[in-house]
Design a binder for this molecule. Structure first.
Ligand SMILES: NC(=O)c1ccc[n+]([C@@H]2O[C@H](COP(=O)([O-])OP(=O)(O)OC[C@H]3O[C@@H](n4cnc5c(N)ncnc54)[C@H](OP(=O)(O)O)[C@@H]3O)[C@@H](O)[C@H]2O)c1
Length: 275
């Protein structure tokens, strides 16, 4: 039986490449994006790889549209074997600069959308006694980062939701996992919302942006991250937590072993120190 994978946010970046990689491995990939007018890159990559992808529209913050789409796929294709919650967006702002609108937007796309899609696919997976749910979180789902308060808050939240669900879902044959990339070259930085003016935080923000530019100069490629994501999806091994690179694993492990929080603060203080 051909497995069916539903992937969100495939117009660019690692979602696009994970979609191609999973199609290459024989899955029926329902590749969703909020604006199917942006499907050219995905279609060109699919054509270059000699694979087919089933492109459909989904803005993940539209919960009713997500429910309709999941019902349609289940009726047409018999079920969803893999949900890959990939769609996400960054937000650069320290707490005082962050409007509540930004806080809510970050929660909508990075937390509530994966929660909603997970709830929608669970009944079918539970009835079939089989399924895998992956959410692309971030090293920022384990390490709070300066000027990423709203983004990391939402990514921590989704990791908590998924980790809580994992042992219960497992009882019904459903594997729930998160995948944590570090810096990946994609449209992520240009798509992130940011303040026009750093105000009293300008010096700290400038230092942070300079540090981030350095990290992104050595970023993992989207192709490499997409391949790592597909490998996690296709693996027989069950792990709750995956990373897409050794650097991401080192980063996350430093935080998970940091029981008093001093290790992470020791690192992130350095990210906002003036030159
Ligand atoms: N790049 C990094 O350094 C990095 C590191 C760790 C984790 N991540 C996470 O990795 C995932 C993929 O990001 P990426 O790096 O590949 O960035 P990207 O190239 O910006 O891709 C993000 C995708 O999410 C889509 N998206 C945003 N809001 C959406 C919505 N409301 N509905 C549907 N799709 C939506 C974007 O679509 P549009 O084209 O319509 O905007 C785009 O296709 C995200 O969850 C991100 O948080 C990224």
């Amino acid at each position: 039986m051909t497995e069916v994978a539903l992937i969100t946010g495939t117009s660019s970046g690692m979602g696009l490449h994970a979609a191609i990689e999973l199609a290459r491995h024989g899955l029926h990939v329902v590749a969703t994006m909020r604006d199917v007018g942006k499907a050219d890159r995905l279609r060109a990559a699919a054509s270059a790889a000699g694979v087919e992808v089933d492109v459909r529209a989904l803005d993940v913050v539209d919960h009713a549209a997500a429910a309709t789409l999941v019902a349609e796929i289940e009726a047409e294709l018999g079920g969803i074997d893999v949900l890959l919650n990939n769609a996400g967006r960054g937000g650069v702002a320290t707490a005082e600069q962050a409007s509540m609108e930004l806080v809510r937007d970050q929660l909508e796309v990075n937390y509530l959308a994966p929660v909603n899609l997970t709830k929608l696919v669970l009944p079918g997976m539970r009835e079939r006694g089989n399924g895998r749910i992956f959410t692309i979180t971030s090293v920022g789902g384990a390490v709070g980062q300066p000027f990423a308060d709203t983004y990391c808050g939402a990514k921590f939240a989704v990791e908590g939701f998924m980790q809580s669900l994992a042992p219960v879902a497992e009882q019904f044959g459903i594997r729930v996992s998160v995948i944590e990339p570090a810096a990946v070259a994609s449209d992520f930085v240009s798509n992130a919302e940011r303040p026009d003016d750093g105000g009293p935080y300008s010096a700290l923000l400038d230092a942070y942006i300079a540090r981030t530019a350095g990290a992104f100069a050595n970023a993992q490629t989207s192709e490499s991250a997409g391949t790592a994501i597909a490998a996690a999806v296709l693996s027989d091994e069950y792990r709750f937590r995956w990373q897409t690179s050794d650097g991401a694993t080192a980063f996350v492990s430093a935080s998970l072993a940091d029981t008093d929080g001093s290790r992470v603060l020791g690192v992130t203080r350095g990210w906002i120190a003036a030159g």
